[in-house]
Design a protein around this ligand. Structure first.
Ligand code: GLN
Length: 197
């Protein structure tokens, strides 16, 4: 399986390790490629859109023409895991002119909306499809304030969605790559497959 990590900015190595671990649990291997220019995404089976700074990521993927390739990837039904800033970039509306929201996840988001006190926090979050709660790390996370009918909520904090699935895209407000737990990557990329190891 070829896994592309959108690597224009943000935490890339951690996602690479998590997707490798998720693949290994299914007896597969993941070849991880870092995507910094156009022409790479079309060869990828799955994509990861890391956290970072959504305004910067949006500008760079637009400039490089990677944005259209991501749209085509999703249109052909191939999986994406988008985390934090990745969720913002994939949303329908980021309420910020500097973010060209790709409209791949039918949600609107408020950037940095958890407020100063909860600027960064960690929580044990129950996630649909996982037996045990997930240790979720939130860093200046976006808030999903509206989700369309086709969006499945996978997890909530204080009644607000923090992990969602919209077709082939799983998006989280938190950072699943920052713990050793690769279950969210597994959920995104191997939704129907038994763990063999
Ligand atoms: N606050 C960042 C943004 O708005 C996202 C933070 C993150 O990815 N950890 O882009």
């Amino acid at each position: 399986m070829q896994a592309g990590v959108i690597a224009v900015q943000g935490d890339v190595a951690e996602h690479a390790a998590a997707v490798e671990a998720a693949a290994a649990a299914h007896g597969e291997s993941a070849d991880v490629v870092e995507v910094r220019e156009s022409g790479v995404v079309p060869d990828c089976d799955v994509l990861l859109m890391p956290g970072g700074e959504s305004t910067t990521i949006s500008r760079l993927i637009g400039r490089e023409g990677i944005d259209e390739e991501i749209r085509e990837h999703v249109a052909s039904g191939k999986p994406v895991l988008a985390t934090c800033a990745g969720l913002i970039v994939c949303s329908r509306d980021a309420k910020d002119d500097r973010v060209d929201a790709l409209g791949l996840v039918d949600v609107s988001v408020d950037r940095n909306a958890f407020g100063r006190q909860k600027d960064s926090f960690e929580a044990k979050v129950p996630v649909n499809g996982l037996d045990e709660p997930f240790h979720a790390v939130f860093i200046r996370a976006p808030l999903i304030d509206n989700a369309g009918d086709g969006v499945e909520t996978l997890a909530t904090v204080d009644g607000r969605p923090v992990a969602v699935r919209d077709g082939p895209v799983v998006a989280t407000a938190f950072h699943p790559e920052l713990t050793d737990d690769s279950r969210i990557h597994d959920l995104a990329f191997f939704p129907d497959r038994e763990v063999v190891a």
